[in-house]
Each structure stands twice: as C-alpha cells, then as structure tokens.
Design a protein around this ligand. Structure first.
Ligand SMILES: Cc1cc2nc3c(=O)[nH]c(=O)nc-3n(C[C@H](O)[C@H](O)[C@H](O)COP(=O)(O)OP(=O)(O)OC[C@H]3O[C@@H](n4cnc5c(N)ncnc54)[C@H](O)[C@@H]3O)c2cc1C
Ligand code: FES
Length: 287
C-alpha cells in the first residue's frame, strides 16, 4: 500500500490544496502562441511581477490548469526557457490530445492558470567542482523542450561546452532552435530529410565512442527507448547520464502518487522527486 493511499478522497483534495498553496498558483498572460514545426507550438507566458522566473531550474516544469472543462488533470509542461529581461517564460508543446489542441486557440492577452515551479530540476552549479567539463544534451522529438533551458544555463552561466543532439522522424518536425550557441548542434532524422540519417541514439553512439579524454555529463529527454539506448551507451563508456522522465500526471504536486515509479532506491514520484533522475536509478522504467 502506498504511504498515502489510506487517505479518503476529501482528505486528498485537502492535501492537494495545501500543496498547491505551498507552490505558487498563478495566472499568466499569454504573450504569444505560435506554431514552430509540425504539431509543435511555442507558448510564451508572462506570470506578472510577483512571480520570479529566475526561480526556475532546468528540468523543472509547470502544470497548466486544463482548458478542457471536462478534465481536472494537471497538464505538465517543461520550462523551455526564461527571459530574465522581461520576466517571461515559455513552453514548447506537442498537440496530442484535447487539451493541447485547445491550447493552440490561445491568443495574446488570454489568461491561463498554472502552478509551479514543480519538480527538483537540476542545478549543475550546486557542486563546487562538478566532475565534467562538457555537457551533451540528447533530445528526441518534443523531448528537446527542457534541454533548451539546460543549454542556456550551462553555456551562459557555467561556461561549459554544450553539445546538442536533436533527433526527429522527419524534417517537418524540427523546431528551429534558439540556442545560445548553434555550433555543436547535431540534427538527425530517421528518413534522412535533414541532418544525419538515422536514430539520434546511433549518431550519439559514434560521437561518444570517439570521445576519449573529455569528462562528459549526458542529459537526455525523449521516448524511453531512445533514453534507454543513450543511457546504455553512457554506462558502457563510464559516463554519467541523467534522464528526464515523463508520464501522465494527476496532481503534479507529489500528493496523489499517480506518477510513482520503482527506482533503485525505492518508490519515487516523478513529479516530486524528478523528473530528472540518474539513469542508473531508473533502468526498470526505461526498459
Ligand atoms: C514532467 C513533464 C513534462 C512535460 N513536458 C512537456 C513539454 O515540454 N512539452 C509537451 O508537449 N509535453 C510535455 N509533457 C507531456 C504533456 O503534459 C502532455 O502531452 C499533455 O498533458 C497532453 O494533454 P492532452 O489533453 O492534449 O492529451 P490527452 O488527451 O491527455 O492525452 C492524449 C494521449 O497521450 C497520452 N499522454 C498524455 N500525457 C502523456 C505523457 N506525459 N506521457 C505519455 N503519454 C501521454 C494519453 O494517455 C493519451 O493516450 C510533459 C509531461 C510531464 C510529466
Ligand atoms: S502526479 Fe500526483 S503524485 Fe505525481
């Protein structure tokens, strides 16, 4: 039995409310909402002066209140970037169902409710002497969204060499990436319509095998099968790998236990303990 499964529904609702109160529940104004690639949109939000966007860490996410009135489920979206100059943040979303379809109708000036920052994120500078001098980000499809924010923080604030691997099925799905530096960017498509032909994990494999002396940290987000392959290659090369997990979430606040997973160090909630996990902790989830 989960630690909280004895709670009655009413108690659960109360606890969710209390958690929401600890997190900031805000109303944001839509600054812009634009298509960026096939079925992928960029939503830029202004949460107002009371919300400090610099509180967001790479890997963290917000839950948007559902626009679909028949649903009460939180809709989690990774922070894809922030603008410190005008206090805005943006998310990239893929249209896959009713709520993301409704999101495409949002217009500049509309208001949306959200709560966050959520999750632990990843603070690369928390260690005084991190044991890596390059960061390799491997994104598959919409999994690139949180990695854009990592790229900004690692390059701008940490001055590390960041290499980005970005794979899609075909050219139409590629989002033009507004990266801090475009130079070490490797694009792949399964059908060869842009960049290297093949799976991003296969192209990543050739790079990692050629990297001999660099101390590398790898962070990956995308389909589980892709992350599993990347993590396996890192394991073989003795390189640290962090994965960003996704799942359907109900509360997004660590209360309902709906996103619990079995890890090497016990049960964890993706929304509360993650979504960034060391790959070696979550082999069972990836495979
Ligand atoms: C921590 C976290 C961060 C996320 N970040 C992003 C992001 O930056 N950009 C983005 O586009 N999406 C992201 N997602 C997924 C996003 O939350 C869902 O795509 C969205 O809630 C779908 O809403 P919908 O009503 O359109 O689809 P629904 O009608 O709810 O779902 C349509 C179909 O997709 C499945 N589905 C829904 N959510 C997920 C999921 N998380 N994993 C696997 N299958 C799912 C459903 O089971 C259903 O079959 C993230 C999810 C998590 C947990
Ligand atoms: S979604 Fe409720 S605990 Fe994670």
């Amino acid at each position: 039995m989960g630690t909280k499964s004895y709670l009655k529904n009413q108690d659960k609702e109360e606890e969710i409310k209390m958690e929401q109160e600890k997190t900031q529940v805000c109303e944001a104004v839509v600054v812009s909402n634009k298509p960026k690639a096939k079925d992928i949109w960029e939503l830029k939000l202004d949460p107002g002066d009371d919300f400090d966007v610099t509180a967001f860490l790479p890997g963290q996410f917000v839950c948007l209140a559902p626009l679909d009135s028949s649903s009460t489920m939180a809709r989690p979206f990774s922070i894809a970037n922030i603008s410190t100059s005008n206090g805005t943040f943006f998310v990239l979303y893929k249209v896959i169902g009713k709520n993301t379809e409704l999101m495409t109708k949002l217009a500049s000036g509309d208001k949306v409710k959200f709560w966050g920052p959520l999750g632990q994120g990843f603070l690369p500078c928390s260690s005084p002497d991190p044991d890596y001098d390059e960061v390799w980000l491997v994104g598959g499809g919409i999994g690139i969204a949180p990695l854009i924010f990592f790229e900004k923080v690692m390059t701008e604030y940490q001055d590390r060499l960041v290499r980005v691997f970005y794979g899609n099925k075909t050219k139409d799905e590629i989002i033009p990436l507004d990266l801090y530096t475009q130079e070490p960017l490797t694009i792949t498509t399964d059908d060869g319509s842009a960049g290297y032909k093949g799976f991003v994990s296969d192209v990543f494999a050739s790079f990692i095998q050629a990297a001999k002396n660099e101390k590398i940290l790898v962070i990956t987000c995308g389909p589980n099968v892709m992350m599993a392959k990347v993590a396996e290659l890192c394991e073989q090369a003795g390189i640290e790998c962090q994965v960003i997990l996704e799942t359907v979430m109900a509360c997004g606040l660590g209360v309902c236990l709906g996103c619990s997973i079995k890890t090497a160090s016990g049960m964890k909630r993706i929304c509360h303990d993650g979504p960034v996990f060391p790959a070696k902790e979550v082999w069972d989830v990836l495979s």
